[in-house]
Design a protein around this ligand. Structure first.
Ligand SMILES: [Zn+2]
Length: 371
């Protein structure tokens, strides 16, 4: 959605001017004369005539990934996404009066899940693979995090989940300094990402992985889709110290830190859930008609790269599961229980350093001073 309040926050992403004019077609910059069109549910606020050396895979392969990511329907926040969302809510403390930014929102699921907790929820991403529920509830902008289209000190809160690990270091630095710029002094920023730091509980995690791999060898499922999702992880912030240094450089002071050693999580993801997906996918396979199969073959014949049978099965299992979850039946409560089991990792091992981390940082007052 594009609520009127969003226009009050904007500045030109190309020249930084604030004299923007709202037009029938979108927004016009009176200073550099660029136009930013309004689309169905979002504003296109990408900087004009700027060439970046780094472009996310989600932008360059948007069309192909839109097929694979299965992004339009939003399930309730459960499993790993549920743990993330609960950590976000608990650690960031969104308030009813807040203006909040999901910086690099992707489908904007985290923004959509929490939109009713704040005055205005804004989602920003260069790719426009927004979930339907996000288009309904979140103020969405197609934007580049290196030149955010928002004025200084616009937001009370900001958050970033699974973003930093995709960027090279120079992009991380611009991303953090831009986030700090648009946060008000004292404003807080929640980040969840991962470094290459080892966890002392790694042997426990590995045991689940090994069990998972045995299942792969038995042909029960494959990890192709998961590997693809992680295929552009760079982890330019290699160690925890790198994270702290980058935050400090951007004028962001750590307030709270919780590590995510995936002991329970790994068991759930690599063993429990995968088995569940296989079972549900197979049940679904039997029920599919010949016609559906024929349609699918035609659909995937030409320009879209063929997905593996494992990926098909996983997506089908997910779609089926979503239907059940909507109805808040036994599956919903079972998965809620599993989500809480995974969350034990944060409660029990949150102080033990590991690669995955959640951090809340605060914009220090001195950052508002500009030469
Ligand atoms: Zn301009």
């Amino acid at each position: 959605m594009i609520p009127y309040e969003l226009y009050h926050l904007l500045q030109c992403p190309t020249c930084g001017a604030r004299d923007l004019v709202v037009t029938d077609a979108g927004v016009h910059c009176a200073s550099c004369q660029n136009d930013y069109p309004r689309h169905d549910g979002y504003l296109d606020l990408m900087p004009r005539a700027v060439e970046f050396s780094y472009v996310s895979k989600y932008v360059t392969e948007e069309e192909e990934l839109s097929e694979e990511l299965d992004y339009r329907d939003l399930a309730p926040p459960l499993l790993a996404a549920g743990v993330r969302n609960r950590a976000l809510v608990r650690m960031l403390g969104l308030q009813p009066g807040d203006i909040a930014l999901d910086n690099g929102c992707g489908t904007a699921k985290f923004a959509a899940w929490n939109a009713d907790k704040v005055r205005l929820m804004v989602g920003s991403d260069p790719a426009t693979l927004f979930a339907d529920a996000a288009v309904e509830q979140v103020a969405l902008a197609k934007a580049d995090s290196r030149c955010l289209p928002f004025a200084d000190n616009s937001f009370d809160k900001a958050f970033s989940l699974d973003v930093l690990e995709h960027f090279p270091r120079d992009v991380i630095d611009s991303y953090l300094s831009e986030t700090a710029r648009v946060l008000r002094p004292g404003g807080r920023f929640f980040v969840m990402s991962n470094t290459s730091d080892p966890s002392s509980l790694q042997p426990l995690t590995d045991a689940s992985r090994k069990l998972g791999r045995l299942l792969v060898r038995a042909g029960l499922y494959d990890f192709q889709r998961e590997a693809r999702r992680k295929s552009d992880h760079i982890k330019a912030l290699r160690t925890w110290q790198d994270v702290l240094d980058a935050m400090q450089q951007a004028g962001l002071r750590p307030v709270r830190i919780v590590f995510w050693n995936s002991v329970f999580t790994s068991f759930v993801e690599h063993v429990l859930m995968k088995l569940g997906e296989v079972v549900l996918g197979r049940m679904n396979d039997k029920r599919r008609t010949m016609k559906e199969q024929a349609d699918e073959n035609v659909h995937h014949s030409s320009f879209i790269a063929p997905r593996s049978e494992g990926t098909h099965r996983e997506i089908r299992a997910r779609q089926r599961m979503r239907g059940r979850l909507e109805r808040r039946g036994p599956a919903f409560y079972a998965l809620t229980a599993v989500t809480l089991l995974m969350e034990l990792d944060l409660w029990l091992f949150g102080a033990l350093k590991s690669g995955s981390y959640c951090i809340v940082v605060e914009k220090t007052a001195s950052e508002t001073w500009r030469p």
